[in-house]
Ligand binder design. Structure first.
Ligand code: NDP
Length: 346
């Protein structure tokens, strides 16, 4: 029919949502729990932004332990699942009612709905603009681990100059950032790492003392380093293999922030042990409760991205994998050989 192509073009121009329903993207899809091999590249429809949502074209995706917990079934998810919550990208399309963002803005979030993909939706309330001077890769590397380090150092146990902190996995993604923040505040930071190469990185980040916890008894070393007094706070993301001794490293009324389980989950324990070891505090925090309001999200993201842009916070991205190699990226993170951040790029 003559002119039908023109009509079709005009229809598409005025109905971008309709266009998307016929456009596909590359994305990782998991059909069932399992090993890294369940992370399969698939062609999936580009999603449509609903009310309050923004569609972003992803530039860089952060790989985090939480995706491994979901993949293995340690955390519950419904399948099929496109994993991932952290990414930077450019705004592609705004859903109804969204204000404050424009197509083409460089943005980042830790609440992306499936960031192992070329496109994804984000609630606008969870999205922040990336300040000038930061690349998309730097923004994706800073957001989740950076805001985690921020809430641990400033809110869970607000460090003061002169405090002593023990940070496990000091050369890891969170570990390097938390060490920098704690050292900037003026705290003494003792870290644990598994290799001498990681020890060097941890010292560069500002640790005053580094313990090779795969060779040395970290509890005895912390006692030596603190003249038997112990530390004010332990930031423990390793969990199963460190928890008991972490408690023993604390001063009376000290606080253990157990924020991860890279070595496995901590088994149940009787709270009476906290009394016997010095009226200790234990908390199991998660980032989502520390960015629950727009004000808190803007404060933490603004400071972390701002410090990264001005060079006050050093980011370390060790590996960037293509999206199709998501399985290799997760294997690398699990392998215990990585330092700093791992990213995927579509
Ligand atoms: P890391 O880069 O820190 O990697 C994990 C590190 O843990 C390893 O490099 C390794 O360091 C150490 N580790 C010790 N034992 C093991 C083991 N058996 N298997 C694997 N690693 C081990 O990862 P992230 O910075 O991305 O995350 C760190 C932790 O923080 C994770 O547990 C994650 O779930 C948690 N997390 C929690 C958040 C929260 O809000 N609660 C938010 C973000 C992360 P080494 O070789 O030096 O021992």
């Amino acid at each position: 029919m003559e002119g039908s192509d023109d009509c079709f073009q005009i229809f598409l121009l005025h109905n971008p949502l309709w266009v998307h329903s016929y456009h596909y993207m590359k994305a990782i899809q998991i059909l069932e729990t399992g090993g890294p091999e369940v992370l399969q590249l698939a062609d999936l429809p580009i999603p449509h932004p609903g009310p309050g949502q923004v569609l972003i074209r992803i530039e860089a995706t952060g790989v985090n332990f939480i995706e491994i917990y979901f993949r293995k079934g340690q955390y519950k998810a419904s399948f099929p699942l496109t994993p991932g919550s952290e990414a930077s990208g450019t705004v592609e399309e705004l859903g109804p009612g969204v204000q404050g963002f424009t197509a083409g803005d460089l943005v980042a979030s830790v609440s992306v709905m499936g960031s192992y993909a070329e496109y994804a939706l984000v609630p606008a309330a969870q999205l922040v603009k990336v300040p000038a001077g930061l690349t998309p890769e730097q923004a994706a590397a800073a957001m989740l681990q950076g805001m985690t380090a921020h809430y641990l150092a400033y809110s869970t146990f607000p460090l003061k100059a002169g405090d002593t902190a023990l940070v496990h996995a000091g050369a890891g993604g969170v570990g390097l950032l938390l060490t920098q923040l704690a050292a900037r505040i003026g705290a003494r930071v003792i870290t644990t790492v598994s290799t001498t190469a990681k020890a060097e990185l941890s010292l560069e980040a500002g640790a005053s003392d580094v313990i090779l916890y795969t060779e040395q008894d970290f509890e005895a070393e912390v006692k030596n380093l603190t003249g038997g007094k112990g530390v004010d706070v332990v930031y423990d993301s390793v969990g199963k293999t460190t928890f008991d001794k972490s408690l023993n490293c604390l001063k009376p009324r000290g606080l253990l922030a157990l924020f991860g389980g890279s070595s496995g989950a901590v088994p149940p324990f009787d709270p009476i042990i906290l009394s016997g070891k010095g009226s200790l505090y234990v908390t199991r925090p998660t980032l989502w409760h520390y960015i629950a309001t727009r004000a808190e999200l803007e404060l933490r993201a603004g400071e972390i991205l701002g410090w990264a842009a001005s060079g006050q916070l050093k980011l370390r991205t060790e590996h960037i994998f293509p999206l199709a190699e998501a399985a290799q990226a997760q294997t690398a993170l699990e392998s215990r050989n990585t330092t700093g951040k791992i990213l995927l790029e579509p």
